[in-house]
Design a protein around this ligand. Structure first.
Ligand code: E4P
Length: 225
C-alpha cells in the first residue's frame, strides 16, 4: 500500500496514478475546498466519483460532513459509500465537543452496514488503538499535527503498531498531515502502513539536484561518443 495521495486535484492524481506510485487517495472537506471543488454535495459527489473511477480498485477516502446524531452520520456515510465500490468513509474519532457517539457510528458502519471506515483526526496512539478495537479498516494518525503540538509522532507510531500487532487488530495505520519529505520514510520506518502525501511533497521526493546533474553528464557525454 505505502503511499496515498492527499488531494482532490484530478490532474495531480492522474499524473501519479500514471507513474504507478500511489495506491489510494485521501480527501477531506478542507482539501476539496483548497482543490477548487464547489457546488455543495453535488460538487463533492461529482469529483469523488471521478477520482474513484480514476484510481479503482484503489481506495478513495471521502469524509462525512456532519457531526450530529449517530443515525444521521450513519445515513450520510451509507449514502457516500454508494457513490463507488472503492469509497472508504472518513469518520472523525469524536465530535468537535468530544461527542463519543462517533465511535459507535464507526463500529456500526463496519459491522452492520459493510462500509469501510477510515477514522480520522486522531492525535495519539491510544485514540487509534480504540478506533482499531471498534473495527476501523484504517486509522489515521495526524503525525504532522502531533509533531506541531510538541509530541513525537515516531514514538506514537511505534507504540501504535506494536499494539495493533500484539492484539491482532487488522486496521492499517495511515500517517497523515505530512509536512516534510523526510516524514514519508521516517513514518513508514516507524510502523505506519501508509503515508498520505501531498502532491508537492511527492514531486520533491522524486527530483534530486544531483540526479539532474548526473543525467545531464550522461546526455552530454553521449553526444561525444
Ligand atoms: C488525510 O487523511 C488528512 O485529512 C490530512 O492529511 C490532514 O492534513 P492537515 O493536518 O494538513 O490538515
Amino acid at each position: 500500500m505505502a503511499l496515498f495521495l492527499d488531494t482532490g486535484d484530478i490532474n495531480e492524481i492522474k499524473k501519479f496514478i500514471n507513474m504507478g506510485i500511489i495506491r489510494g487517495v485521501t480527501t477531506n472537506p478542507t482539501i476539496l475546498f483548497k482543490s477548487g471543488v464547489t457546488g455543495g454535495m453535488e460538487g463533492v459527489k461529482k469529483t469523488s466519483i471521478e477520482i474513484a473511477n480514476l484510481i479503482a480498485p484503489n481506495p478513495l477516502s471521502v469524509e462525512i460532513t456532519k457531526n450530529e446524531s449517530p443515525e444521521e452520520m450513519v445515513q450520510e456515510a451509507i449514502e457516500l459509500s454508494k457513490w463507488a465500490d472503492n469509497i472508504v468513509i472518513k469518520v472523525p474519532f469524536h465530535g468537535p465537543d468530544g461527542e463519543l457517539e462517533n465511535i459507535q457510528v464507526i463500529h456500526e458502519l463496519e459491522t452492520k452496514h459493510n462500509v469501510r471506515v477510515n477514522v480520522t483526526a486522531m492525535m495519539s496512539a491510544q485514540q487509534c488503538f480504540l478506533a482499531a478495537m471498534a473495527g476501523a479498516t484504517y486509522v489515521s494518525l495526524f503525525c504532522g499535527r502531533v509533531n506541531n503540538m510538541g509530541y513525537n509522532s515516531v514514538e506514537e507510531l511505534k507504540k501504535l503498531r506494536k499494539l495493533l500487532d500484539e492484539h491482532k487488530l487488522n486496521s492499517k495505520i495511515i500517517c497523515a498531515s505530512t509536512r516534510e519529505v523526510l516524514n514519508v520514510v521516517e513514518w513508514l520506518g516507524a510502523g505506519g502502513h501508509i503515508v498520505t502525501v501531498l502532491p508537492d511533497l511527492l514531486n520533491k521526493m522524486i527530483v534530486h539536484p544531483y540526479t539532474k546533474e548526473t543525467v545531464q553528464m550522461f546526455l552530454d557525454d553521449a553526444k561525444k561518443l
